[in-house]
Design a protein around this ligand. Structure first.
Ligand SMILES: [Zn+2]
Length: 545
């Protein structure tokens, strides 16, 4: 097969292949375009004919003609090979077409979902009730369009009838999760899953609609939020609402804001916090968090300011810490969710929202403050900390961070550090984290490989790419300038990673010095650690908001 690949590569020009999907513009020796794999206004997707490769500085997509066609068409390698072989007039030695039929079914499902979304948008424009509701929540006209907000009429078969009129087979509409079948023999047609609901389309990371989430318009309707059932293109506990739009912002800002609801998400973006993603009516899962980790390992949880929100934050924080993420928690005013917070001046507003995010505290500190607020009895507080806070500290991989939080507890509660350390030792962590175990075997091999590479390596790789592309561009071009800017940002991230490495090395040395009771060494190392921590803080301040 290697022979076929080389023959095809030799016959096809990458600019021509890519040019079939996106509009290419010449810049220096290469071409640029708006990236087909993520949403963007200014082109950051580059194609190099001389190297027969492409690279996107927005989302990191890269590869050759084969990986391009795989990604853009949603094909397996063999299918992409077949497609390009046909194009190049190369006859493959062994052809495999068994999964071809399967694949086209996925494509058909995506197509019917696209048309369903158009139908919902059309109905939304017609429904004053739905529009008024969305407007009343503070969502602007521009956001409605950007997020393709729709409306499913309060009828049993309006979508079904519309799609049948477009000649979609009933079987396919069922498989797309848009209708439910009735008892066989009743003589009735399937009925719409979404009725009298405001519709939010859910997209995959490439921006293709794969399912819907509907919010009930009538107060008494249960459930308030309804998602499409799992289908061949949609797995509920894997999809992050808004990731297609937020992912390159997350990478650039180097943190993500996590909210729970669709309204929260749309309003957060509207307020300018464009690195926000949402789970869709489910708790955040290990799959969600692993996916986010590919863009940044720092997250802010911004859940509802009530006990349910606090509980959800607790669970998500535990899971995220166990996956090695840095977790902060935003403290929302009692009784408000992010959407209400953003849309309701004077209590809230876009600036207040950003301020709340800015003031978010590390998860452990947040829960510690809560515990101290709620429990005035010192003995009970001690037990509460042992039960709730110490298990979170036990999840931290860095001993520096652990000792930081332990001295914080001691400072805030008056409990002696030694006692807390003793309690901490008794805590057993049961890896993998709860709810995460299910997750890992659903990951593809590619993602496994990605996970093994450190963030530092990924950044270095990107810097190397920039160097290559800069060579192909003329120095006066705007692209050259963009790349230079990104290079500076990346170097900043790289410094951060290097400092983190330094910190963990120093912490090992410190532990050794403590064991051998070398006091002067301990003192020296502590000073050096404080210096590194200070540098990290300065860098982080530069990066935040
Ligand atoms: Zn891209």
């Amino acid at each position: 097969m290697g022979g076929d690949v080389e023959t095809i590569k030799g016959r096809l020009d990458i600019a021509e292949v890519v040019g079939n999907y996106v509009k290419l513009e010449k810049t220096g020796q290469s071409f640029k375009a708006r990236c087909p794999f993520h949403n963007e206004k200014t082109p950051s997707f580059f194609v190099s004919p001389s190297r027969q490769s492409y690279y996107c500085f927005g989302c990191g997509a890269k590869g050759d003609i084969f990986s391009f066609v795989e990604e853009v068409e949603g094909l397996e390698f063999r299918e992409a090979l077949k497609l390009l072989a046909d194009k190049a007039g190369v006859e493959l030695k062994k052809s495999t077409s068994e999964s071809r039929a399967q694949k086209t079914e996925k494509e058909k499902i995506l197509e019917v979902l696209e048309d369903a979304s158009k139908f919902f948008e059309m109905e939304f424009d017609k429904s004053k009730l739905a529009r008024d509701y969305v407007l009343s929540r503070g969502i602007s006209e521009a956001s409605m369009k950007a997020w393709q907000i729709g409306y499913a009429p309060a009828e049993w078969r309006s979508l079904y009838t519309h799609l049948r009129e477009m000649s979609y087979p009933e079987e396919l509409i069922l498989k797309a999760g848009l209708v439910k079948s009735v008892e066989p023999g009743s003589g009735k047609s399937p009925y719409d899953v979404f009725r009298d609901r405001v519709i939010f389309p859910l997209s995959d990371a490439g921006g293709r609609i794969i399912a819907f989430s509907g919010r009930a318009l009538a107060k008494e309707t249960e459930p308030k939020y309804l998602n499409s059932p799992d289908t061949a293109v949609f797995t509920k506990h894997e999809v992050l609402y808004g990731l297609d739009k937020a992912k390159d912002k997350i990478r650039r800002k180097d943190y993500a804001v996590l909210v729970e609801g669709q309204m929260d998400l749309v309003l957060s973006h509207q307020a300018g916090v464009d690195n926000t993603v949402a789970s869709s009516g489910t708790a955040f899962t290990g799959v969600h968090l692993e996916r986010l980790k590919r863009f940044s390992s720092r997250i802010i949880l911004a859940f509802d300011g009530d006990s349910a929100g606090e509980k959800a934050a607790d669970k998500s924080a535990e899971l995220a810490l166990s996956l090695g993420l840095e977790v902060k928690i935003a403290n929302l005013p009692e009784g408000l969710d992010p959407a209400e917070m953003i849309a309701n001046p004077p209590a809230g507003g876009p600036q207040e929202w950003k301020e709340i995010l800015r003031q978010s505290l590390p998860a452990i500190e947040h829960f510690l403050n809560r515990a101290i607020e709620e429990e005035k009895d010192k003995r009970k507080l001690g037990r509460e900390i042992e039960k709730k806070i110490l298990p979170l500290i036990a999840l931290l991989k860095s001993s520096i961070e652990r000792s930081y939080f332990i001295s914080l507890i001691s400072k805030k509660t008056g409990i002696k550090e030694g006692v807390i350390w003793e309690d901490l030792k008794r805590i057993k962590i049961s890896p993998p984290a709860k709810g995460a175990e299910k997750v890992f075997h659903t990951f593809s091999e590619v993602e496994e490989v990605n996970k093994k590479r450190s963030r530092k390596e990924l950044i270095e790789e990107r810097l190397a790419e920039i160097k290559l592309w800069k060579k192909e561009l003329s120095k006066s071009s705007p692209e050259h300038l963009t790349l230079k800017k990104e290079e500076a940002e990346l170097k900043n991230h790289l410094d951060h990673e290097i400092l983190k490495d330094k910190l963990s090395n120093l912490s090992v040395e410190l532990a050794n010095a403590e064991t051998s009771k070398d006091d002067s060494r301990v003192e020296e190392l502590t000073k050096r650690i404080q210096k590194v921590l200070k540098d990290i803080r300065i860098l982080e301040q530069k990066k935040m908001l």
